[in-house]
Design a protein. Structure first.
Length: 308
């Protein structure tokens, strides 16, 4: 027991000068304050350790810097960095921003769910129910089925992997819509991605804008060698359809398309970029990670089993 504080285990922790710059949690004694059990009161501080020495450490918490006497530390350890504000955005909010990638998309809300249809695209993202949150329906699976069959479409549900909605559809016999791996919704800071892609440009670039959506093509407008689409929603810019003609791959044209689209988004105030990639596409995932993208959430497509 510490003779000054009357607290057991004071000084036995995993902290020291080596944690400066790291996020830590520190439990300390409050001198002169009695706790509920009659012993000294204690409190926890969570934040980044900015200083350690001369008998004190300083932790920058959400409420400002906290100076802690090292002799008062009961326990402490480094903890993982706090996820960025972007990664703390709800999956439903991130997915709703991505609706901008299909300007002709017909959407119908059912509680938190969104029924999606497109006459111009066969993409699953544009022709499935976005089932995140509560539907507010007595039998949501039956209504989704009826809605898509009524529009001569195969019923498909986009659900966050291993969520309650995923379990709901699976309990009604729905199965993966294809053999694809889960889709990864990835995001990155626009500024960081632009820095990484600095110097990636191309000749013969054509931009075709339609309000908050743009299509870029590189090469002969009649036979482009690389293309891509981006859309802005609030302060997010997203990409789809980034393609390079096979004979022109490994020349940096895909990165040039992304750089052009990122610059377009930045000019419109976008600070967050997003894209979606299949989980088995390890090459693309590694490339996107180098640019600054990280997985925000994973989702999958479910559908009723195909008739025999």
């Amino acid at each position: 027991m510490d003779s000054d504080t009357g607290s057991p285990e004071v000084g036995r922790h995993l902290l020291g000068a080596h944690v400066v710059g790291q996020r830590v949690v520190v439990r300390r004694v409050l001198r002169g304050v009695t706790g509920p059990s009659g012993g000294p009161a204690m409190t926890d501080v969570l934040g980044v350790c900015t200083s350690w020495g001369q008998g004190r450490c300083v932790v920058e918490s959400d409420r400002g810097p906290v100076v802690i006497e090292i002799a008062d530390i009961v326990s402490g350890k480094p903890v993982p960095p706090r996820p960025s504000a972007r990664l703390r955005v709800a999956a439903a909010d991130a997915q709703r921003r991505a609706l901008a990638l299909w300007p002709d998309l017909v959407t119908e809300p059912r509680g938190d769910w969104i029924l999606r249809l497109s006459d111009s695209s066969t993409a699953r993202r544009a022709n499935s129910v976005l089932a995140i949150g509560e539907s507010g329906l007595a039998d949501p699976v039956a209504e989704v089925t009826s809605y898509y069959l009524g529009h001569d479409r195969r019923p498909i549900a986009a659900v966050v992997a291993d969520s309650a909605q995923c379990e709901l559809f699976a309990s009604r016999g729905w199965v993966p819509e294809s053999h694809d791996a889960d889709t990864l919704f990835q995001i990155a800071p626009v500024a960081r991605a632009l820095r990484t892609l600095r110097g990636h440009g191309a000749d013969q670039v054509l931009l075709e804008e339609d309000r908050d959506l743009v299509t870029v093509s590189i090469g002969d407008p009649g036979a482009p060698v690389a293309t891509g689409v981006a859309a802005c929603a609030e302060d997010w810019v997203g990409f789809r359809g980034i393609e390079v003609v096979p004979a022109y791959r490994r020349q940096g044209l895909g990165l040039a398309v992304m750089a052009i689209l990122l610059e377009w988004g930045a000019e419109r105030g976008a600070t967050t970029a997003y894209l979606q990639v299949l989980g088995h596409n390890t090459g693309a995932i590694a490339l996107y990670e180098r640019i600054g993208f990280a997985t925000h959430h994973a989702y999958r497509y479910l559908a009723p089993p195909a008739p025999d």
